[in-house]
Design a protein. Structure first.
Length: 148
């Protein structure tokens, strides 16, 4: 019986030592950086140009992008020089780029701060009529850039 009582006292000893409590805390911090992404890039544009047609050739493409809320950004759409160059004969076709919404400052989205919801920008291309060019394939790369 004495052995059983001694075992009970030894087993209870750790509980008797817990006379108080101690606590501490820690902080959780999450940093969110400015960031923009192009969700759906602009599709390539291919048109048929007839030098004898009196109407300009037009087409468009869109780019869908998103930025983290309150990200300050600048979106630009820029061709290298506004000229399509022929692959074989070296002739050139001039073209113009415009964007929609037309409230953009030039070809730069001056909104600056976004709501964090995807936005779509339409890019319009116009190749003016009456350009005297050779049979060829004319190309230029146009860059869409978001700086943030």
């Amino acid at each position: 019986m004495k052995k059983l009582l001694a075992a009970a006292v030894i087993a209870a000893a750790p509980f008797a030592a817990m006379a108080g409590t101690v606590s501490d805390d820690f902080t959780i911090t999450a940093n969110v950086a400015e960031k923009c992404v192009i969700l759906n890039g602009p599709a390539d544009i291919t048109v048929n140009y007839d030098p004898f047609n009196t109407n300009s050739v037009t087409d468009s493409t869109t780019v869908e992008y998103d930025c983290v809320k309150q990200t300050s950004y600048n979106l630009t759409v820029q061709g290298q020089n506004g000229v399509l160059t022929g692959a074989t004969h070296g002739d050139t076709l001039t073209y113009n780029l415009t964007t929609n919404p037309s409230s953009l400052s030039g070809l730069t989205d001056g909104n600056g701060i976004v709501s964090g919801s995807p936005e779509t920008l339409t890019i319009n291309v116009e190749i003016p009529a009456g350009q005297n060019v050779s049979v060829d394939t004319y190309t230029e790369i146009v860059d869409v850039t978001i700086s943030y």
